[in-house]
Every structure is written in C-alpha cells, then in structure tokens.
Design a binder for this molecule. Structure first.
Ligand SMILES: Nc1ncnc2c1ncn2[C@@H]1O[C@H](COP(=O)(O)OP(=O)(O)OP(=O)(O)O)[C@@H](O)[C@H]1O
Length: 562
C-alpha cells in the first residue's frame, strides 16, 4: 500500500470544501491517540499510590533520591486533579468521536448525492448501458464503505502510527536493548502476516466490488419480475442466485471483523513465545523481572496499537475498490434550458446503435401547436426517433434547430415532457406522483382536479380511501394499467409542456376513453399551442392528427403528404 498515493486518491474523492476539516481531523485524531495513553489502567495504580502516601514518599526517595512530605490535603487535591483530568479527557474523546463520525457520514451523504446526480445527468444511451446493480451499489454501499471503512481506517492509521512512535521512543530511551528486540520481533511478525494475507485482502476488495452489484441485480430481478417469477414457479432459482452473492459478501465481512480481535491474539501469543525464549537463553534473574514489566506495559498499549494499525491496513486494502468507483463520478451538466416559439427541425439526421442503423437522412419540421402521429412496425425505431427529438440521444450526423437556430443536443429539452408506455409510479401520495417534488405551497390543486376530470381520473381517485392523499407504492398495482397511463398523462400535462410526446401512452384505454383523452389533447394543441407527438398503431385517433409520419426502411415519411 502506497500511503502517499492513497492520501491523494482520498483527497481527489472528498469534496474540496471538506479538505480543511479533514486535515484538522487528522491532527485531532493524533491528539486523541495521545489522550488514549491516559487510561484507567494507569490512573488506578496512581490513585492507589496517592492513598498510600508512605509508600509514595519511599518510592520517590528511593528512585528519585528526593525527600517529600505529603500532607493528606495534598493527596486529596492530587487525586481529585487526576480524576478531573481523566473526566476531561473522556469528554474530549467522546466529543471528538461524535464529531468525527458526523463528519464521515456527512461526506458519505455528499458522495452518495454526487453519485446519484451523476446518473440522473447521464446521457440516456450511456445510462442504458450501465449495470443497474452497480448504479445502486455506487449510490448506497460505496460511499458508506469508503467513509466508514477506508477513510476512517486511514485517519486512525495516522494517529496510531504516531502514538506507536511515541511509545517506542520512550521505551527505547528507558530500555533500549529489550525494546529494540521486541520492536524487531513485532515488526517482522506484522510484516509476515501482512504479506501472507495481502492477496486475501485484495480478493476481499474484488468480492466487495463485484458481489454487491450482482446481489443488487438479483434484488432488482425479484422486484421487477415479481409476477412472472411466481407464475413460472422459479422463486427458488432467483432466491438462490441472490443467496450465493449475499453469503459471499457476508463471509468476507465476518472474516474482516474477526481480524481485529485475532490480530491482538496472534501478537500476544507471539510475544509470550519470545518472552519464554529470551528468558531461557539471554537474561539473568534480575533482568527477567524487568523484562516481564516491560512486556506487561507493551501488552497494555503496544499490542492494541499494533492491532489497530494492522486492522487499518486490512480495511484499507479490502476497500480500495471504493476509490476506483468514486473516482469515476464526474459532475455533468444539468438539463439544458431552451425556449420553443415556432418550430423544431431535424435535418439530415443519421442515427445508429453501433452498426445497427436506425434512421438515415431523416428530416422533419414540427410546427408549434401541431398534433403529429408517428407509426411504424415494432422495433423499427419510433422510440429512438422520439428520444432524438427530446434531445436524449445525439445523432451521429445532422442538425437540430429550434426556431431556426441550431442547438447542441444531448440533454432533455426543458420545454418537453414525455409519457412512456409503462408509466413510472413512485412511493408517495397521488398528488406527490403528479407534482413530482413541487413545493406544497406552489401546488396548483385546481389545475390538477381539472386535468383529472378531463382524463376521467377524478372520480376514480375520489373513491380511494384517502382520495388524492392515497399512498401509492413503487410501480403500484393499486391502479389499473389504463388508470396509471392517465395519471402519467396528467403528470406530464401539469408541467404545461410546449412539447408533449406520448409513446403508445394510451394503448391500455378503451375506445371511448381514448376518444375523450384525444378530444382534450386536440383542444390543448389548438388553444394552448401545445405541440403533441403521438406514437400509436391505432387508426382510431388518426382523425385528430394534423400530420402522420411513418418510419420504414430507416426512412421517415410523411403519410399525409405522400
Ligand atoms: N440502447 C440500445 N442499444 C442498442 N440497440 C437498441 C437500443 N435501444 C433500442 N435498440 C434497437 O433499436 C431498434 C429500434 O428500437 P426502438 O425501441 O426505437 O423501436 P420501436 O419502433 O419503438 O419498437 P416498439 O414499437 O416495439 O416499441 C430495435 O431493433 C432495438 O433492438
């Protein structure tokens, strides 16, 4: 592990406004480590001495060659001072711990937000290619793992190394020979353990990286395919696939957690063995007592310190993947702001998915307020064409003009709204699902009721237990397919889009309902100048359309003109 490189990698991930605070935490954690040296184990023997002034006086005169006369009031004063020091130390340490964890989790939230923002601003084609399990992982587990395991261990690694240096320097000054032997023994033992375990840590890193996203994908499969999985009676297969990855992950976590206590046990055993050997071969009786007392002190503070360092290195090595994942997050541009007054024009557009050409030399001029139909066989490229108009996909060739001015596309047009075949509903009330995050004070309830009435939804909603406040689940089954589609149209219309695209968005309505919806849409296109593009195979709605286009043999043709 290259500590310097890891430090710079960590800095490149953490938001810049947190760098100063991070540096302060490094310093504070060193001070915290030093405060750790004042432990109950040292305070109690000192207190016992204070309450036995005769012994303390004789110790001072024997070891320091100095005569003191301790009054009982002094003893009491010193004892209280020591206790006070211990309390202050404890308060400082608890405050430091709380502040550190708040800081770490604060960073985790920011990284999580950066990660999810990255995906929501991603180009659609790129988003489609992404592994959805990995997306979930990089939003949920990775920021958490980075802060809780890697960054936390890194901060403590510094402070523990610093504390260790102080302890060793003091011991070297006091008992040079024996400390040097212990140091060499412990260092070679730790290095030995590190090198034999290193490949295992890297394996853990790979397992965390791969298995979490695989497990996420299995969860997504189970959630999305709930009915199909049950109807084909394949629950067992999907559950086992999930279990495989989850067990792997949990086994790794269990092993990692156990390392912490195991390291100190290995060290203890190793030091006891060394002690036995040294006692047997090299030391006289007097030295053996000194040796025992030094080793006692070593066991008290040195072993936990070395264990913490080894554990920190283990944690960092096992979570390196988080740096790799988080490094990929780049802040991308927000939705483009455009205005549409008269025309949208696509000129000589060529678009292909890899070698699969979908549209060649495609031209269309869409006038504001027009109601356009788009037809074509399944898989011919209707949705692709719509995504090109919406600005979600970028053509390989051709020009995109709004009001006769060429624009750079690649991001959703701000004035457009789109209703897909399978509308998306999220956990929240019906109102939440319509306004999608609008501030409560700004919600235009009258317009929502008006739209719902026009789309034959108002009565349906009013009949639900809590009316418009009824809570829907993610992809709720509480509403029928047709009702969900109408709710999605209300949602799109609520934003008063200049351009509305319906991708087979009424194919689950019966004929009379579909006619009712189209009468209203036609009114909007005439009165509000809402431009509408409707993708549908259904000839029943052709009479509402001003223009009908068809995609055939990679060409876009106007049926009405030809
Ligand atoms: N992200 C993608 N990568 C590669 N190929 C794709 C991608 N999206 C769609 N395609 C392919 O492009 C072709 C056109 O797909 P598209 O979804 O545009 O057709 P469609 O006319 O809307 O079909 P349908 O009426 O069945 O919904 C299909 O052959 C499809 O497999």
């Amino acid at each position: 592990m290259n500590i310097k490189q890891t430090y710079f990698d960590i800095l490149s991930i953490i938001p810049e406004n947190k760098h100063r605070k991070l540096f302060i935490f490094f310093i504070k954690s060193i001070l915290n480590g030093l405060l750790d040296l004042i432990s109950m184990a040292y305070v109690v023997p000192i207190l016992i001495l204070f309450f036995d002034p005769k012994k303390l006086e004789s110790m001072v005169s024997t070891h320091l060659n100095y005569t003191i006369n301790l009054h009982s009031s002094w003893v009491l004063f010193l004892s209280l001072g020591l206790l006070l020091l211990f309390f202050i130390k404890t308060i400082i340490q608890t405050k430091f711990n709380s502040a550190l964890y708040r800081f770490l989790f604060d960073i985790s939230t920011e990284l999580s937000m950066a990660s999810i923002t990255n995906f929501i601003n991603e180009k659609y084609l790129q988003f489609q290619k992404e592994d959805k399990g990995k997306i979930l992982q990089s939003i949920t587990t990775v920021p958490d793992d980075f802060c809780r395991n890697l960054l936390h261990s890194f901060i403590f690694l510094f402070s523990e190394i610093f504390v260790l240096i102080i302890i060793l320097t003091s011991l070297l000054i006091l008992y040079f020979k024996i400390t040097l032997i212990i140091l060499l023994v412990v260092l070679s033992f730790s290095t030995f353990i590190y090198f034999i375990q290193r490949r295992r840590f890297l394996l853990f890193d790979t397992i965390y990286h791969k298995s979490e996203s695989k497990a996420n994908n299995h969860i997504l499969n189970i959630l999305d395919g709930f009915l199909e999985i049950k109807s084909s009676q394949n629950e067992e297969y999907f559950l086992n696939e999930y279990k495989k990855e989850k067990s792997l992950l949990n086994n790794v976590s269990a092993e990692l957690i156990s390392y912490y206590s195991n390291y100190s046990k290995y060290l203890e055993i190793f030091l006891i063995l060394c002690l036995a050997i040294l006692t047997f071969f090299s030391f006289q009786k007097n030295d053996t007592i000194v040796l025992f007392s030094i080793l006692g002190a070593v066991c008290l503070r040195l072993i936990p310190s070395i264990s913490k360092i080894m554990n920190g290195i283990t944690m960092i090595n096992s979570h390196f993947y988080t740096i790799e994942v988080l490094n990929k997050i780049k802040h991308k541009k927000e939705r483009g702001i455009n205005i549409f007054n008269s025309t949208i024009e696509l000129r000589n557009i060529y678009f292909s998915y890899g070698k699969n050409a979908i549209l060649k030399n495609c031209n269309i001029n869409i006038k504001k307020g027009s109601f356009i139909g788009l037809k074509g066989n399944s898989g011919i490229g209707k949705t692709t064409f719509i995504y090109l108009i919406l600005g979600v996909l970028e053509p390989q060739k051709g020009n995109y003009l709004i009001d006769e001015k060429e624009i750079n596309i690649g991001n959703f047009l701000s004035f457009a709204n789109y209703v897909p075949q399978q509308p998306f509903l999220f956990k929240g009330s019906i109102i939440d699902n319509i306004v999608m995050g609008q501030e409560k004070a700004n919600i235009n309830y009258d317009y929502i009721f008006f739209l719902c009435k026009k789309l034959a939804l108002h009565d349906v909603i009013e009949k639900l237990n809590n009316g418009y406040k009824t809570i829907l689940e993610h992809n709720s089954l509480r509403l029928s397919g047709g009702q969900k589609q109408r709710l999605a149209i209300v949602r799109a219309l609520y934003t008063k889009p200049d351009l509305l695209i319906l991708d087979e968005a009424t194919n689950q309505q019966n004929k009379s309902l579909e006619q009712q919806i189209f009468i209203f849409l036609k009114e909007l296109s005439i009165n509000s100048k809402t431009t509408i593009i409707n993708v549908s195979h259904n000839k029943d709605v052709d009479s509402f359309l001003d223009d009908i286009y068809i995609i055939k043999d990679e060409k876009l043709e106007n049926i009405i003109d030809s």
